[in-house]
Ligand binder design. Structure first.
Ligand code: PLP
Length: 405
């Protein structure tokens, strides 16, 4: 019989998770998954950080831990540590109690909570400005809370780098007070970040136009291997006196993908509103998830509070970021050796999990059908999917499609 939901249209599956499913079902032994942004070791296997294993052992052996609810805004020590990590331990905003930190369902939850907060408590007459392209979920999330979306240019297909002039002009032309969504480091999907000089220009326009900067930080420490360097842009904006929101994910830098560990930090310019903001965040959180999950937050909390484990974590981060950088170099070297038409220096210049190769949709299709290599139609590859075992195979496949498709 007819359903009340008969009229529903079937939505497209999520492009990236769909790609992984296609890869999983492909019986060919040469298959390569360059879709999903999750770290893999040189054998193509997921990697549990050794420091995470240690923290888990501590949790497991702690007789005082139980499975009671956390408070609505999450574990206090974790939230403090997360805010110190992104803002810098000696940031005056922390000392002056001008921050509010809420534990969230990973980076996605942090972005969503921020969007929900802005939709209720920020002006209603301005859009959010997002980069073209950006992480696909940014659009879904802001659409979901009813905030208008306007894109600013970001990727220049000719230079395969940042379209800084177009970006600055779009920020300049936008309605004053617009929300500007910025990737703190390792821009997804392009792997292209502004230089420090360009960040200064971006801050200048935001200041002149009274825009509200909102940072999404999913790759701190994972991008360059240096936690402070990857937090530079956020700290710079805070130092310049902007109020801001920072969404933090611990999925990549702790390898805690399924533990949904994140934090949303609000930096305010006076302490008197902090309590009010926190109380409203609690209302949002209560209605949506009631309170956040504990396991991942416990792991991060233990590591961030123990100097020895912290140092070990920094080493683990280096292991991941250097392997990715090595893959960039090897892919580049092989393409040069093969004399693949085009320029390829962007492969080594880009940073973080992803590289925007410049490959076209048709070439991506042939990579999939002929070579069993899976990547998104926009030509983005997850560097973590490459290894010493498949990088040459991939380079040869790229060489072929660039010449023939
Ligand atoms: N923001 C960006 C730009 C990302 O690339 C990601 C992960 O791919 C996230 C946020 C959040 O991911 P998660 O919710 O898994 O922490």
């Amino acid at each position: 019989s007819a359903s009340l939901f008969q009229q529903i249209e079937e939505a497209q599956p999520d492009a990236i998770f769909h790609l992984s499913a296609l890869w999983r079902n492909d019986p060919d032994s040469r298959k390569v998954n360059l879709g999903i942004g999750a770290y893999r070791d040189d054998d193509g296997k997921p990697w549990v950080l050794p420091v995470v294993r240690k923290a888990e052992t501590i949790i497991y052996n702690d007789p005082n831990l139980n499975h009671e609810y956390l408070s609505i805004t999450g574990m206090p020590e974790f939230r403090e540590a997360a805010a110190r990590l992104i803002l810098g331990a000696d940031n005056p905003a922390i000392g002056e109690k001008r921050i509010v930190a809420v534990q969230t369902i990973s980076g996605t939850g942090a972005v969503h909570t921020a969007a929900a907060f802005l939709s209720r408590f920020y002006r209603k007459d301005v859009p959010v400005l997002i980069s073209n392209p950006t992480w696909i979920n940014h659009k879904l999330i802001f659409k979901g809370v009813g905030i208008d979306i306007v894109e600013y240019p970001y990727w220049n297909p000719h230079t395969k780098g940042l379209e800084i002039d177009g970006m600055l002009k779009a920020l300049e032309d936008a309605k004053p007070g617009s929300i500007v969504l910025l990737h703190a480091c390792a821009h997804n999907p392009t792997g292209v970040d502004p230089t420090q000089e360009q960040w200064k220009q971006i801050a200048d326009v935001c200041e002149a136009k009274t825009h509200f900067p909102f940072f999404d930080c999913a790759y701190q420490g994972f991008a360059s291997g240096d936690l402070d360097r990857d937090a530079w842009a956020v700290r710079y904006f805070v130092e310049r006196g902007f109020e801001t929101l920072v969404a933090q994910s611990f999925s990549k830098n702790f390898g805690l993908y399924c533990q949904r560990t994140g934090c949303l930090t609000v930096v305010l310019n006076n302490a008197s509103v902090a309590k009010k903001v926190e109380s409203q965040m609690a209302i949002i959180q209560r209605s949506e998830i009631s309170n956040p999950p504990a396991h991942g937050a416990r792991i991060v909390n233990i590591v961030l509070h123990d100097p020895e484990l912290y140092n070990e974590w920094v080493q683990n981060l280096k292991t991941m970021s250097s392997r990715i950088q090595e893959m960039r170099q090897r892919l580049y070297n092989k393409l040069i050796e093969l004399k693949t038409p085009g320029t390829w220096n962007h492969i080594v210049d880009q940073i973080g999990m992803f590289s925007f190769t410049g490959l076209k949709g048709k070439q991506v299709q042939v990579l999939k059908e002929k070579y069993h290599v899976y990547l998104t139609d926009n030509g983005r590859i997850s560097m973590a999917g490459l290894s010493s075992k498949n990088v040459d195979y991939f380079a040869k496949a790229v060489d072929d499609v660039v010449r023939t498709v």
